[in-house]
Design a protein around this ligand. Structure first.
Ligand code: FAD
Length: 456
């Protein structure tokens, strides 16, 4: 007998329940990835993610080859390609991970229907993409948790699945055609400092980061210049690292750092369960407000300055330039830049979310859209009126200014925290620094936001 394993956001051989189940039921297994143009059309594709995906697929192929198998890649509509493969191989089972987005669930439903017509069974496995499947823990009287803390309490009380080892060996039918796996170098417009993808790299990073930085994560996760968060987000986004395994391995080491890190992984599940219950929150306000966001030429010019990292607020510009250079930004930078766009410039969160998604290597519908909504106060933040002051944030989380000097070379000669307020320079000192004045004064912007919000 033959089973197909359809890979989507779970590009790994370790801790892979669909692969394990397929191997238990069949003599031969076809691990399949479909490059589906509908994914690109839905706006999920961006050069940085395509390049990282290319690494992941090449590494998955190697991981399978080390065990006697290989990855089969096809290009086209996922449902048609799976169907064709099932007919070609005589497979009687297809295994895949449960999806969370509306796109993934619609694809799953179409696949189920098509395979039923062909007499093939589809097994959809929960707990592959997230630790706790969306909908598994629920508050009284609702189909999802809208507030993080009670969700976290219930989430931590759930039993944790023991991570599965990678299979020792597998057999793939020899006569199955596969497209060539595209290389990362074939993707244009990739950020120069983009990280390397793939399960091997993800597992190496997980192991080394846990050993070196987990214990101090609680104190240091907001240190912009220190840059000691795990950077596992793209590996988790593509499923090259299992979130369940990350929780398990961190939990085994224990301590305050582990607790704080696992809590962040819970945020990932939290946003996924919100999106699963409210798919429209990918584009519409989760808590509808009547914001009359700024539009027109002035707002367009401010948006362009924000995107390009020339707002005149050094920490904002540093973080936006990090995003362009690496396709990744530190979480504290994401909070500061998003708050700046939405609350200081009073520009629609969707503009910011779109720009982030065009660059972020971990760009993820659940995490990106719902974190943007959280910052915009249209989402699950219980204090929707809070506004982050970029200067105070900079002094607190980049106290000696190293992060700003790293990313804004025009300011590299300014010492210490003075780098956060270049407008305080006078005379020749100011004239010698080729850096823009602030787009807007903070008290004025705060007043504009408060007035607009009280009307909204
Ligand atoms: P660590 O601090 O090491 O945390 C470990 C893991 O926990 C992360 O890899 C991530 O999977 C998860 N995590 C941490 N914080 C959050 C959070 N607030 N929400 C959800 N999961 C979290 N994360 C994405 O993965 N994709 C996105 O598209 C994304 N967009 C964001 C947009 C905005 C405006 C904001 C404020 C945050 C966004 N985040 C997003 C969340 C967070 O910033 C990143 O997950 C984190 O910076 C990744 O770095 P890390 O792996 O070193 O994180």
């Amino acid at each position: 007998t033959v089973s197909v394993v359809l890979y989507t956001a779970d590009l790994r051989v370790h801790d892979h329940p669909p692969l394990r189940a397929a191997l238990e039921g069949a003599q031969e297994v076809v691990p399949l990835f479909v490059r589906d143009p509908a994914v690109d059309r839905a706006g999920f594709a961006a050069p940085n993610r395509l390049a990282f995906l290319a690494d992941c697929l090449a590494d998955l192929d190697r991981g399978l080859a080390d065990r006697g198998g290989r990855l089969v890649v096809r290009e086209g509509d996922t449902v048609s390609e799976v169907r064709t493969l099932v007919r070609q191989t005589g497979a009687d089972e297809v295994h895949m991970a449960a999806g969370v987005t509306a796109f993934a669930r619609e694809r799953e439903a179409r696949l189920r229907k098509a395979l039923e017509d062909d007499g093939c069974r589809l097994y959809v496995h929960d707990g592959v993409v997230t630790v706790v499947p969306p909908g598994d823990v629920l508050p009284h009287g609702s189909d999802h948790f809208a507030v993080f803390t009670p969700y976290y309490r219930r989430w931590t009380a759930e039993p944790l699945r023991t991570p599965l080892s990678a299979p020792a060996s597998l057999r793939v039918p020899s006569d199955v055609r596969s497209e060539r796996i595209r290389r990362r170098s074939a993707v244009a417009d990739v950020s120069p400092g983009l990280a390397v993808g793939g399960e091997s790299e993800g597992r190496r990073l997980l192991g080394s980061w846990l050993a070196r930085h987990l214990d101090t994560y609680q104190e240091r996760h907001d240190d912009l210049a220190g840059d000691v968060t795990s950077r596992l987000s793209p590996h988790l986004h593509f499923g090259a690292v299992s979130a369940t395994e990350a929780v398990h391995r961190a939990g085994r080491r224990g301590g305050e750092g582990a607790e704080a890190f696992v809590r962040q992984l819970c945020w990932r599940d939290f946003h996924h369960q919100v999106l699963a219950a409210r798919p429209e929150a990918a584009g519409a306000d989760y808590r509808p407000r009547q914001d009359r966001w700024r539009r027109g030429a002035d707002a367009e010019a401010d948006l362009a300055a924000w995107r390009e990292g020339r707002t005149g607020y050094p920490v904002v510009d540093a973080a936006m330039r990090q995003l362009a250079h690496e396709g990744w930004m530190h979480n504290r930078g994401r909070l500061i830049t998003a708050s700046f766009l939405v609350k200081t410039l009073y520009i629609d969160w969707r503009e910011g979310a779109r720009h982030f998604l065009s660059l972020l290597v971990d760009g993820d519908v659940a995490n990106n859209q719902l974190n943007w909504q959280w910052v915009a106060g249209t989402g699950t933040d219980t204090r929707p009126q809070r506004v982050l002051n970029p200067v105070r944030q900079a002094k607190r989380y980049d106290p000696d200014g190293s992060y700003v000097r790293r990313w804004v070379p025009e300011l590299a000669d300014l010492d210490g925290p003075a780098v956060h307020e270049p407008w305080r320079l006078t005379g020749l000192d100011r004239a010698s620094v080729d850096y823009p004045d602030p787009l807007v004064e903070l008290p004025e912007a705060l007043e504009r936001f408060r007035q607009a919000r009280s009307a909204a």
